[in-house]
Design a binder for this molecule. Structure first.
Ligand code: ZN
Length: 195
């Protein structure tokens, strides 16, 4: 997902200064990287809304803040579930925390081409065309349905996370040339045991 300076979940330079609530009680999940098949698989709908799901969502926020991202989808922590969290303030504003269970885009408008990255593809970024405005419908961690409209970075984060829930990575939106270049570099890193 997008970071706060531009538009990806890659580390943001200012994130280190962001005061984070201590997450001692929270589980910090390791983030699954590109190459793991779970990232290519559409998630199963969230059906059970209980205390466990609320805990999971909070643990996902903690994991996302720990990785200095602004969005995290369940497949990125190895769970094939249509659940994602987004906070484009990077933890600065508790009211900006958005839990998306079973999100769907209901309206999209405009186009913005901006650089984007992904916590599952660390160290790589690329320009992706996304809608400038999107309205999505989703359920919160309690199962309550809501609609929310996002603009620019928030719209990008919604689209990026919903893509994850459909088994799509931002790499698929890049030119074939750029995508192949990144894939080759990752392959090299993997050979060196650095991926
Ligand atoms: Zn991502």
């Amino acid at each position: 997902m997008p970071d706060k300076s531009t538009s990806s979940d890659a580390p943001a330079p200012t994130a280190a200064e962001t005061p984070q609530a201590p997450s001692a009680a929270r589980k910090i999940y390791p983030i699954v990287k590109y190459g793991d098949a779970i990232l290519d698989k559409p998630g199963a709908p969230v059906k059970k809304f209980d205390a466990e799901l609320e805990q999971l969502a909070e643990d996902m926020f903690a994991s996302m803040y720990a990785a200095q991202g602004v969005g995290l989808a369940a497949p990125q922590i190895g769970l094939s579930l249509r659940l994602a969290v987004v906070d484009v303030t990077g933890g600065k504003n508790p009211e900006a925390k958005i839990v998306l269970a079973n999100p769907e885009i209901v309206h999209a408008e405009g186009e913005v081409r901006e650089e984007e990255g992904c916590l599952s593809v660390p160290g790589f970024r690329g320009y992706v065309l996304r809608p400038q405005f999107v309205t999505i419908k989703a359920q919160n961690a309690k199962g309550e349905a809501f609609e929310i409209r996002g603009e620019n970075l928030l719209a990008r984060a919604f689209c990026h996370e919903i893509d994850h829930l459909n088994g799509i990575l931002f790499l698929q939106h890049l030119s074939m040339l750029k995508r192949d270049l990144i894939k080759r570099k990752i392959k090299k890193l993997r050979k060196q045991g650095e991926w």
